[in-house]
Design a protein around this ligand. Structure first.
Ligand code: 5GP
Ligand code: ZN
Length: 145
């Protein structure tokens, strides 16, 4: 689907800071992060909404979101927690019509920054951020949580 920005990212026609990829899934940094390290997990195969998404693909997407949330804790971003959010349909403020799971790192006491991030949403050092999360994922995979 050439008109879908996330399909373009998946096939490399549009740039993105990639954090993880396998045959079925891609995780990359959100271009307008709410907090530093905000990622999107997408099935590589296009589905617009949950109604079109294969249930096993949905389970795999969440499984990766789960791993990335734990990797964020092990990364130098030192997250204390994460918001995993999926906006399904325009009624739920879905703005990109390719199913995606938001993984938003959170830190104790970051409420103000989170609220500011909702408004400002500027990307900060995306390459270094993606590198730090990949290192956290390696640590998590080899040492556990
Ligand atoms: P939604 O509201 O659909 O759940 O969220 C869509 C998300 O995709 C937003 O957080 C937005 O910043 C992000 N986004 C939109 N276009 C792009 C893009 O071209 N590249 C990246 N990396 N993120 C995007
Ligand atoms: Zn797509």
């Amino acid at each position: 689907m050439s008109s879908c920005i996330f399909c373009e990212i998946v096939c490399g026609d549009a740039p993105a800071n990639r954090v993880y990829e396998d045959d079925e899934l891609l995780a990359f940094l959100d271009i307008r992060p709410i907090t530093q390290g905000h990622m999107l997990v997408v099935p590589k195969s296009h589905s617009t909404e949950l109604a079109d998404l294969d249930a096993d693909a949905g389970a795999r997407m969440f499984r990766l979101g789960h791993r990335l949330a734990l990797a964020l804790r092990r990364s130098d971003l030192a997250a204390d927690g994460a918001n995993l959010v999926l906006n399904d349909g325009t009624a739920a403020f879905q703005t990109v019509g390719h199913v995606h799971l938001h993984v938003v790192p959170r830190r104790h006491g970051d409420k103000l920054r989170f609220a500011t991030g909702l408004i400002l949403r500027r990307s900060k050092e995306p390459e270094a951020t993606a590198l730090a999360i990949r290192a956290g994922l390696d640590r998590f995979e080899t040492e556990g949580s």
